[in-house]
Design a protein around this ligand. Structure first.
Ligand SMILES: Cc1ncc(COP(=O)(O)O)c(C=O)c1O
Length: 394
């Protein structure tokens, strides 16, 4: 009899260094440092919500939505997670059984999981091997009359070029919903921001994201008043007035406590994103003469480095080497979505989407978060340099 397997969990605890299970010399992430800097403000804001008892909806939510909308140059609808932002977006766009949605197989599960949850069929297309972003040509090739939506995923903090994709989608009567979970603060090479040219964009505020809540949180961005109204209604069980339901939605509301925390953090986001870019520049400089491939940045775009992801055929050996030095690293993502067991009914075979499958074999994310010290960065870069037989920095 096979033994039941406990479900894997995503943890954000500082003690759970995924590389070593011990206190890391350089952690993959550490939220304690950020809390140390803004904790007093957060504690005061949270206590004020508790005392005020306006826990659901109300001024904290509308204030955060208006601040986020201003930052993102769109209307913002706060929702319960990035996953629910994608789901509510798809529902509001009328995606459901009998239609297909094109997306990337090289992404977090939620992107395709939400498509399947609406009853629609995910259609996976290959990625550009340099950027890890959905390949426009592959999208065009996958077009068929059942396709009603495309979800480009702005992976690791870099935006998919939106101009060509949205023009193509418009010509074919296809909606574009951006999975912008990892890219708040980014723009593409034409200066386009998430939600600007598409129907809507989904953000995640998972605690380790560039803007992270103290739990699950997300938002949908849109410039369409009609779609914004529909998403608000979807967030509240499709209610048109109290206890009157025009359609079936869900409870996708975001708690006031998360909103006050996010408002405080949002004020720091530009500075934090800038530090991530500096860290990426540091790694780029010091890894340039090693055998790793450093991240490709699309010229003129703003990549906000939610993750700094290198490529090497020696990925597993390097990961183990770093772990022995108590340096965190992570594989995002080890298995592409078209080869996940739950999508086996879709009939994809190994080798079907070679760029995504190759990425799963050789990508490695290095520690990147704004509070990393210069010494820690030198430790990581030196370790990688030593692994490849180059002179360490320290
Ligand atoms: C690309 C991508 N899409 C969707 C999600 C889902 O967001 P959440 O974890 O907030 O539900 C995430 C977050 O991990 C993500 O990275």
């Amino acid at each position: 009899m096979p033994q039941p397997v406990p479900p894997a969990t995503r943890t954000t605890s500082k003690d759970a260094d995924p590389a070593t299970n011990t206190a890391a010399s350089v952690p993959m992430f550490n939220l304690t440092r950020q809390y140390g800097m803004i904790g007093r403000d957060i504690d005061a804001a949270v206590l004020a919500v508790l005392a005020g008892t306006e826990y659901i909806g109300g001024t904290a939510v509308t204030k955060f939505e208006s601040q986020l909308g201003e930052f993102c140059k769109c209307q913002a609808i706060a929702v319960s997670s990035g996953t629910d932002a994608i789901l509510a977006g798809l529902m509001a766009l009328g995606i459901g059984p009998g239609v297909s949605v094109i997306t990337s197989p090289f992404t977090f599960f939620a992107t395709a999981g939400c498509i399947a949850r609406t009853g629609a069929k995910p259609v996976f297309v290959d990625i550009d091997p340099n950027t890890f972003l959905i390949d426009q040509h592959a999208v065009e090739q996958a077009m068929n009359p059942a396709v009603r939506c495309v979800i480009p995923v702005h992976l690791f903090g870099q935006m998919t070029p939106m101009g060509e994709l949205t023009q193509w989608a418009c010509r074919h009567g296809v909606s574009v919903l951006e999975d912008a979970a990892q890219c708040i603060g980014a723009h593409d090479s034409d200066g386009v921001v998430p939600g600007e040219l598409s129907a809507a964009a989904a953000l995640s505020f998972y605690p380790t994201k560039n803007l992270g809540a103290a739990g699950d949180a997300g938002a949908v961005l849109t410039r369409s008043d009609a779609l914004a109204a529909r998403i608000r209604q979807t967030r509240q069980h499709g209610e048109v007035s109290r206890y009157m339901h025009e359609f079936v939605g869900g409870n996708f509301r975001l708690d006031a406590i998360q909103c006050v925390i996010l408002s405080i953090k949002l004020a720091n986001l530009t500075k934090w994103n800038q530090r991530r870019i500096e860290i990426a520049d540091f790694y780029n400089r010091h890894l340039a003469d090693t055998d790793v491939t450093t991240p490709y940045r699309i010229p003129l775009g703003r990549h906000v480095f939610h993750q700094y992801v290198i490529r090497t055929p020696k990925r597993d050996e390097l990961k183990e080497y770093l772990a022995r030095l108590r340096i965190g690293s992570m594989v995002y993502y080890p298995v592409p979505l078209h080869l996940q067991e739950c999508f086996s009914n879709l009939g994809y075979k190994s080798g079907a989407l070679p760029n995504a499958e190759a990425a799963c074999r050789d990508v490695l994310a290095l520690p990147i978060f704004p509070e990393l010290t210069d010494l820690e960065l030198m430790t990581v870069a030196s370790a990688i340099r030593s692994f490849f037989g180059k002179k360490p920095l320290c």
